[in-house]
Design a protein around this ligand. Structure first.
Ligand code: CO
Length: 464
């Protein structure tokens, strides 16, 4: 039987130039701006099929809100991957869990491309650096786009020694310097994670610090506190030679090795030095927040006891409605020892917080969840967790699948939950934009797209 969420993993039926949406309910007057979201939107090229949720070719989505109206637009990102797929009707570049060369031309291509050759299918996140808007993934290149039209402006290739390094799609903004801080990974006999800083207008990143490792962990995001950057190096690790040989798609070279535990690489921004701590094994995609409290560094993560969640996102597994393991919102206190506690019994993924609470003590996390007892369903509930122990809020409707909830603060608001949560819902073969009051999770408005938007990853709200 076809799962109720199936159209969330299928190629979009059509792309939309600019369409006013039918709105039910009442949008707050103060809510004016643009939600830009990124995610996979095309899952095949001619006879070639992508294999994993994370592989789909990027489509950008724009919801423009103001004066009680919502306008929607979508455009495919004109990455090298997309352009080649359109021109040749085949896949060419390797992706997270799909490597067309592995299947068909391994010997031929490895002779020509002995290095890791990844494309720039920047389908994970969007960010702003000065006046430039960038679509991001974990490969070395970012793709610049116009936030008003969503048209692609070009691929940014960095002119620095990390130009062919892997990176993350979750950079942090340094508010004082207007820069983007990110992590790169150089693969080699001894691999090196580096913290880098990119200033607006620059194409060279400055290295803030380096952390060498023997077996690099898969790193999707990292934490930022006032004086620290936190790299949580979990137990899903790779022998770098395997990545370079390309006998398997990217992520299938990684192995969960719990005996290695977790290494916390902690960069002290005051001394520009790394130190490290060890704890039990875990897997994580997303840091939620981090802050200092007394002599402790508090780090909140969405954790898993192993990396099966990666396997659960293969399109075949999703079509069979196999179990989707739930993420656990866990707090780690890093001091002379490491203590951890579970902050809620609800599962959570794609966590978001109030944008100005990053790096500071905070109270609320918003995320996608699963109604208890429905782990063979996809994310079918939204949740707000109070990390100080207050009651949880949830929102769900039968047959409705929410994406990442983006919190937008009311400009004059002071309370941490004074604002709305914006979330793209999938309901059968239709999607809509849901606007929830963040303080009570009551629906304020909903705008129907009349088109299925595949499940995306991350987005941001801009006052454009
Ligand atoms: Co992410």
């Amino acid at each position: 039987m076809r799962p109720g969420y199936a159209s969330g993993f299928e190629t979009m039926r059509s792309l939309v130039n600019d369409r006013p949406l039918e709105v039910t309910g009442q949008l707050p007057d103060w809510l004016r701006g643009t939600l830009i979201r990124n995610g996979p939107g095309l899952f095949e090229a001619g006879p070639d099929r992508l294999r994993h949720w994370f592989d789909g070719l990027a489509v950008l989505h724009q919801f423009k809100l103001g004066q009680g109206q919502v306008h929607y637009r979508s455009q495919p990102l004109q990455s090298p991957d997309f352009l080649v797929a359109r021109r040749r009707g085949r896949l060419y570049y390797s992706n997270f869990a799909t490597d067309p060369c592995v299947a068909k031309f391994r010997r031929l291509f490895s002779a020509f491309f002995p290095r890791l050759e990844l494309g720039a299918n920047a389908n994970v996140n969007v960010t702003r650096l000065g006046e430039r808007f960038l679509a991001l993934t974990e490969t070395p290149m970012a793709v610049e786009f116009d936030p008003r039209t969503l048209s692609t402006l070009g691929v940014i290739r960095f002119e620095d020694p990390m130009a062919d390094n892997l990176t993350t799609a979750h950079p942090h903004h340094d508010a004082n310097r207007g820069s983007l801080i990110n992590v790169t990974l150089e693969l080699g006999p001894r691999s090196t994670f580096r913290l880098t800083e990119l200033l607006p207008g620059a194409t060279r990143r400055q290295v803030l610090g380096a952390f060498p490792v023997e077996r690099p962990s898969y790193l999707h995001s990292f934490g930022m506190a006032e004086n620290w950057f936190i790299l949580t190096l979990g137990a899903l690790v790779v022998d770098p030679r395997k990545l370079l040989l390309r006998r398997r798609p990217f992520i299938e070279n990684y192995r969960y090795e719990p005996e290695r535990g977790t290494t916390w690489a902690l960069y002290d921004r005051r001394t520009s030095r790394f130190q490290s701590l060890q704890s039990e094994a875990l897997f994580t995609f997303h840091h939620v927040n981090a802050f200092e409290q007394g002599s402790d560094l508090v780090v909140d993560l969405i954790t898993y006891p192993d990396a099966r969640v990666v396997d659960s996102a293969y399109l075949d597994a999703l079509a069979r409605a196999e179990e989707v393991p739930g993420g656990q919102l866990r707090r780690f206190r890093l001091g002379s020892t490491i203590r951890s506690e579970l902050l809620t019994d609800l599962s959570l993924e794609l966590p978001r917080i109030h944008p100005t609470r990053l790096g500071r003590p905070y109270r609320y996390v918003y995320g996608m969840s699963q109604r208890p007892g429905t782990s063979r369903d996809f994310f079918n509930m939204l949740a707000r967790i109070d990390v100080t122990g207050g009651p949880e809020l949830t929102w769900s409707e039968s047959g409705v699948y929410p994406g990442e909830p983006v919190f937008v603060p009311r400009p004059e608001g002071t309370a941490e939950d004074d604002g709305v949560v914006l979330c793209v819902l999938l309901e059968g073969s239709d999607s809509s934009l849901l606007v929830l009051d963040a303080s009570n999770f009551k629906e304020l408005a909903r705008a129907r797209v009349e088109l299925a938007i595949p499940f995306g990853f991350h987005g941001s709200f801009y006052t454009l």
